[in-house]
Write a protein that binds this ligand. Structure first.
Ligand code: 13P
Length: 341
């Protein structure tokens, strides 16, 4: 393992002004997104859509530091035969790959999940590195509800995240460690804060036990935020203040960067939250976005599967990427959104 190089890549992934495009929807998830815009989820349509994003010159060269791909995409070619991964490299962004294989029910723990995909992971990582991937992602899912999460779910998911992260570093790939506490319930922000604290503490404990070099990883957490069905929704300032307090308490300064998931927040909320956190600096780590939905909802709608809408899709993507790029420096203002509308 070359830790200097891992650290160089992790630092580039969270450089101020840029963030990560999570374009790694599994076949099931991208079908849901395409259903919403009335597009068939065929291999060609998935290729055309992602090619549109990766050829968005302004977004990719100025505001996107890295792209997380799904297995299908990393082997796919653009219409003109150029591998899609080369388009990402040519834009100056770093290609990455989602390597978990989704979730399964956790035995003895009703309603809870464990992420799978460790078997043969070392061999898969080797092939992805040869293809050009320089970082990877593994997502654990923790749900909040009555009597959950259990310590069992937190432990087994943290253990798997650390196993994955160690395998990545041994393969010279920067692991994005993503323990996502879902925002789907009716819990308030303080319950999210408490559960996320337990999850991050356990995750870092496992990372240490399994000898993962913190200097060569990126953390992808949820924010401290109210459940979607909670009657009392915390303000932007409260989300920013509690998230930063939580991260300061749980994330060692050796970690080069933190890149948030959007998790179902609206586009503008995800941007406003990140921006407000940068008002609370200086921070010990790079702090940016690794958004899926909050970067892609607008371009998906603008594109709607029609070749004549590619330019409109790229404009929508570039706008969201620019807004989040500004937020990663604390320089975003809501008036910039209105001007664009
Ligand atoms: P969202 O931003 O849509 O939550 O997706 C990010 C991601 O990669 C989840 O694993």
């Amino acid at each position: 393992m070359n830790l200097t190089e891992l650290n160089r890549i992790a630092t580039a992934m969270v450089v101020s002004g840029k963030g990560i495009l999570a374009a790694d929807e599994s076949s099931g998830t991208i079908k849901k997104r395409f259903d919403a815009i009335g597009v068939d989820s065929t291999e060609d349509n998935r290729r055309d859509y992602r090619e549109m994003l990766f050829r968005s010159r302004e977004a990719m060269s100025q505001y996107i530091s890295g792209v997380i791909l799904y297995d299908e995409t990393i082997w796919q070619d653009a219409k003109d035969g150029t591998p899609l991964i080369r388009l990402i490299e040519q834009s100056g962004a770093i290609p990455g790959i989602k390597v978990d294989e989704g979730t399964q029910a956790l035995p003895m723990c009703p309603g809870e999940l464990v992420t799978v995909g460790l078997d043969k992971l070392a061999e898969r990582l080797k092939k992805y590195y040869e293809r050009g991937a320089r970082f990877a992602k593994w997502r654990a899912v923790i749900d909040i509800g009555s009597g959950i999460p259990s310590m069992t779910a937190i432990s087994v998911n943290a253990h798997a995240l650390a196993r994955y992260a160690a395998l990545c570093q041994a393969a010279q790939i920067v692991p994005i460690v993503e323990p996502e506490v879902l925002m789907d319930g009716d819990h308030d922000i303080d319950r999210c804060y408490e559960v996320t604290t337990r999850v991050l503490n356990k995750t870092f404990q496992e990372l240490r036990v399994q000898r993962v070099a913190l200097e060569g990883m990126v953390l992808k957490p949820n924010m401290a935020i109210s459940g979607k069905k909670c009657a009392k929704q915390a303000s932007v300032e409260e989300v920013a203040e509690k998230t930063i307090r939580l991260l300061r308490a749980c994330v060692p300064a050796a970690v080069p960067g933190i890149a948030f998931l959007s998790g179902g927040q609206s586009d503008e909320e995800a941007t406003a939250h990140l921006n407000a956190m940068h008002k609370l600096g200086p921070l010990p780590w790079g702090l940016t976005f690794s958004y899926g939905r909050a970067l892609q909802a607008a371009p998906q709608k603008a594109w709607s599967g029609k070749a004549e809408n590619v330019a409109a899709g790229q404009t929508a993507f570039s706008h969201r990427a620019r807004m989040n790029g500004l937020a990663s420096k604390g320089e975003w203002q809501s008036s910039l959104e209105k001007k664009a509308a």
